[in-house]
Design a protein around this ligand. Structure first.
Ligand SMILES: [Mg+2]
Length: 356
């Protein structure tokens, strides 16, 4: 086995939001519940396994879900509770490795090739993580273990709930040959239909197509299919650092003492900050003004808003007030800075958009 073989785990909580609701409210246990929406409007964000039996799925219009399962209980989402569990499981992951790549609140890739516990077996690591999640959150997770992200992801989905599926390097090719193509992560419903029309129903069928054929039928994605059906996926587990703030500052060519000039500078800064915030698809609650005086003394003043701030219009009045409240009128200034913090992460925003 080449030295470069990685040990990758994909962890995915089972019916996450629904399971948290069933944990916290015993009357929901053993019952079909849907988080998000109600029987008239909205979309199901998560369905309990009891609801899935009726065909209720996440992203399904709740009207349709109510039709499929007349006894379905619609439960209001509680993001604070989900975020808390999400933080708990991430804390667990980091006890094993720093190479953690969260995909959403309840899902992450872990590279445990070298792990903090010095364990050789990635299967053992997965077992321990599952046990610890259960002990600390009373919730079950499914784990997939393999040598790349693509296979680990397929494996975690393979025997849900509370699953632990391992795909060893020597098993991978056979496993993929027998796998129905709709189970391939990255092959969506539409592509699966197209493949079925071409008599491709399993990995084995898919593998018979040459690279030029695949590209002819599926365009650029064809190259990807060619690789994954052979178990090739070179993507690394990328731990994205969670951004704490987005900021910008400007040192002036000469010190400024005019209040009006300062306000103009603040407006320019505020506009630049908006560009950065947009680029990062961020929103935040706290705006911070930084001022450096001619004598190099630095002060920062912050204001935290009850609502999310995302544009210059949102924070400029707050920043202007911070500027006017600071002692800027008494001493010339050589630098102004503005930053937005208390950010909502991208995945959280995604969920907010889905829900509200
Ligand atoms: Mg999940």
């Amino acid at each position: 086995m080449p030295l470069s073989v990685r040990k990758i785990i994909h962890i995915d909580m089972d019916a996450f939001f629904a399971s948290v609701e069933q944990r916290d409210n015993p009357t929901y246990r053993g019952k079909p519940i849907a988080v998000g929406g109600n029987s008239h409007r909205g979309v199901v964000a998560a369905a309990s396994y009891e609801a899935r039996v009726f065909g209720v799925r996440s992203a399904m219009p709740s009207v349709q879900a109510a039709r499929l399962c007349p006894r379905l209980i619609f439960v209001k989402s509680r993001f604070d509770a989900y975020r808390k569990v999400s933080q708990q499981i991430r804390d667990i992951f980091f006890q094993y490795t720093d190479l953690v790549e969260p995909l959403s609140l309840d899902e992450a890739y872990l590279d445990v090739t070298e792990n903090k516990k010095g364990l050789k077996s990635a299967i053992r690591v997965a077992q321990l993580i599952k046990e610890q999640i259960l002990t600390e959150t009373q919730l079950t997770a499914s784990a997939g273990v393999s040598y790349n992200k693509f296979l680990a992801k397929i494996a975690s989905d393979y025997d849900k709930p509370n699953g632990l599926k391992v795909i060893l390097p020597q098993e991978a090719l056979h496993f993929l040959e027998t796998l129905p193509i709709e189970k391939f992560h990255g092959i969506g419903r539409v592509t699966a239909q197209k493949m079925h029309a071409l008599q491709i129903t399993t990995g084995k069928d898919l593998k018979k197509l040459s690279l030029p054929e695949l590209v002819r039928y599926f365009g650029k994605a064809g190259r990807h299919y060619y690789q994954i059906v052979r178990g090739n996926d070179r993507r690394e587990v990328k731990p994205h650092r969670i951004r704490k703030s987005i900021g910008i500052e400007n040192t002036f060519s000469h010190d400024i003492s005019h209040q009006e000039t300062l306000e103009e500078e603040l407006l320019a800064l505020s506009t630049s900050l908006e560009e950065r915030v947009k680029r990062n698809q961020a929103r935040g609650r706290t705006i911070t003004l930084k001022v450096k005086f001619t004598d190099f003394r630095v002060i920062t003043r912050s204001h935290t808003a009850p609502q999310l701030l995302s544009t210059s219009d949102d924070w400029l009045p707050l920043a202007t007030r911070l500027l006017n409240d600071s002692e800027t009128s008494r001493q010339p200034i050589r630098l102004l800075g503005l930053s937005l913090s208390n950010l909502l992460s991208h995945s959280e925003q995604q969920l907010h958009f889905d829900f509200f």
